[in-house]
Design a protein around this ligand. Structure first.
Ligand code: F6P
Length: 543
């Protein structure tokens, strides 16, 4: 939906600018002191997630004004356009329908006058059959041995989704299966991920929407060689390779039987593809029932996002708070800090989701943008981060809003580990919000010269997201929460969140440079002096 009014000239935006000047100096210490119920007032529960956003630098009016901004930017119709399959990815002329992949209500969703749900369901059924065959040992390799090792070859959305979700749900995985992921074109990744595997028990899943991505195809051909070297027979390919793609022709050309191909569709964006066939390695690991539980979680959050008023809507609230800091406080980055070791890859997954979606500087009307868009997303699981970069969040010169994610129950009950983890979880957001004043330090008899160093200014904003346990369902809700948060921000910034033209140039230049490296001769006229020097150094020493 085009916005002809520039965002920063809209009334809602100007109102927020004035409001920002009025409240930017307020301290969370005072806001909590003045309103004893602030913790209750700024918290929402939905889909099994509890969001406490009271430790943000906001007052009631801030939320009202941010919601008005969302309304003025036509967020509601934009959400409907996405769910209904309108061509909202205009630069690629595609619908954006990852929500159809987990449409558990099975209501018809039309693309080009055709209901896509029968196709979605039939691929899901085919995935279940395949996963069960592998899990039960019925799928045997070329020599007749059951498959025990699953290696997903893919990159970006064809890697980060399944690898993050596999790590997150490892507790639910079938432990006699080894699940590995190869993404980097660096041969080290392939070698290290396969060196201890028996080829006769190994199945490669080549995951690539386009089936043309250089890194993935290079690794896939190396895998093909590896299987052929070990099996000596071309027929082994059909037993040891599966493809997940929308490009049947390229899959067949690679030598993978079309029956071993699981399709998806161009209306599934790479970074939104976990619920499609791209999730096959995950389904093999955790089983179809758990995979479907995850889809249920996604669907619950989809419905919540579509149906709930903005001021109670988790993705909308998170999206608006992100805009509040990014555009008014002018923060540059946003930390995601999961207090659960299983979520170790969650920040990396969110990096692609958010930064590839909203790392744009041209608006939907083709104009250069004069305001900040997508933030830098980063993070590590707690408590490791506490002993590394939290110092800067607490006392550095940069304001870094952060999401803390934690669970009431651990899958791994062991002494008081979980209470210790969660004590840190609660302590950190408290310390960030309230800090420690010079007066408090004096009362503790802190030496005068140390007082400035030991003072914590506080007023560092955080969201806290909690759930009972990290189940497949919970993971689904969490991922969908962030997907829709990114959508909300994209709509408000009036950018296209579902293309990624910014990754093209590097790919093109690499394909020009590659033949020069292969031939050992560089074209002096094709490059700048820096690139020539670097290539020369490489070629001189790559002997
Ligand atoms: O990095 C660009 C990108 O196109 C991502 O958007 C995508 O997830 C990734 O490459 C992999 O693409 P494919 O699945 O087509 O191999």
């Amino acid at each position: 939906m085009p916005h002809n009014t520039l965002l920063t000239q809209s009334l809602a935006w100007k109102d927020l600018e004035i409001h920002y000047q009025q409240i930017k100096g307020l301290h969370l210490r005072d806001l909590f002191r003045e309103d004893r119920l602030r913790g209750n007032r700024f918290s929402v529960e939905a889909c099994g997630l509890m969001l406490d956003y009271s430790k943000n630098r906001i007052i009631h009016d801030t939320v009202t004004k941010l919601v008005s901004l969302a309304t003025a930017r036509n967020l509601k119709p934009a959400v409907e356009d996405m769910f209904q399959g309108k061509l909202i990815n205009k630069t690629e002329k595609r619908a954006v329908l990852h929500t159809a992949l987990r449409n558990r209500a099975n209501t018809p969703i039309m693309v080009d006058c055709k209901d896509i749900m029968p196709d979605v369901n039939s691929v899901l059924d085919k995935m279940k059959l395949c996963a069960n065959k592998i899990r039960s040992g019925e799928w045997t390799g070329y020599t007749g041995k059951p498959i025990r090792n699953i290696v997903n070859i893919g990159i970006g959305g064809s890697d980060l989704g399944p690898s993050m979700a596999y790590e997150s749900l490892k507790y639910y995985s079938q432990r006699n299966l080894t699940i590995r992921f190869i993404s980097n074109v660096d041969a080290t990744h392939f070698k290290e991920q396969t060196h201890d595997l028996d080829a006769s028990e190994t199945l490669f899943i080549v995951a690539s929407k386009t089936f043309t991505t250089q890194e993935t195809m290079t690794n896939a051909y190396t895998a093909r060689e590896w299987i052929l070297t070990n099996m000596q027979h071309e027929e082994a390919i059909s037993k040891h390779f599966i493809a997940l793609s929308i490009n049947t022709e390229a899959v067949v050309e690679f030598g993978i039987d079309a029956t071993n191909m699981f399709e998806f569709w161009d209306w599934v964006g790479g970074r939104y593809s976990l619920c499609s066939a791209i999730g096959l390695s995950l389904m093999i690991a955790i089983g179809p029932d758990n995979f479907e539980q995850m889809l249920e979680g996604f669907h619950a959050m989809d419905c919540h996002f579509r149906e709930t008023p903005f001021d109670q809507n988790l993705p909308v609230i998170l999206g608006l708070l992100g805009i509040w800091y990014n555009n008014f406080f002018r923060t540059e980055s946003h930390a995601v800090l999961p207090y659960d070791q299983y979520l170790t890859r969650f920040p990396a997954y969110l990096q692609q989701l958010d930064m590839e979606s909203n790392g744009k500087s041209i608006d939907q009307d083709g104009r250069a943008i004069g305001y900040q868009t997508g933030p830098i997303i980063w993070g590590e699981p707690g408590t490791n981060g506490q002993h590394a970069f939290y110092q800067l969040i607490h006392q550095g010169t940069k304001l870094i809003p952060a999401d803390f994610i934690g669970f009431c129950q651990s899958h791994n009950d062991c002494g008081d580990h979980h209470n210790k983890l969660m004590a840190n979880f609660f302590a950190q957001t408290k310390a960030l919000a309230f800090g420690k004043t010079g007066d408090m330090l004096m009362k503790e008899n802190t030496p005068q010269e140390l007082i400035p160093h030991k003072t914590f200014e506080g007023n560092r904003p955080t969201n806290t997201i909690m759930a009972v346990e990290l189940t497949p369902y919970t993971l689904g809700t969490l991922i969908a929460l962030y997907e829709h948060k990114v959508f909300v921000q994209g709509v408000i910034w009036n950018i296209y969140s579902f293309d990624q033209w910014g990754v093209q140039l590097g790919k093109e230049l690499a394909s020009n440079i590659l033949p020069e490296l292969n031939d050992g001769i560089y074209d002096k006229h094709a490059h700048d002096s820096s690139t020539i020097n670097l290539m020369k150094y490489y070629l001189d020493n790559n002997i």
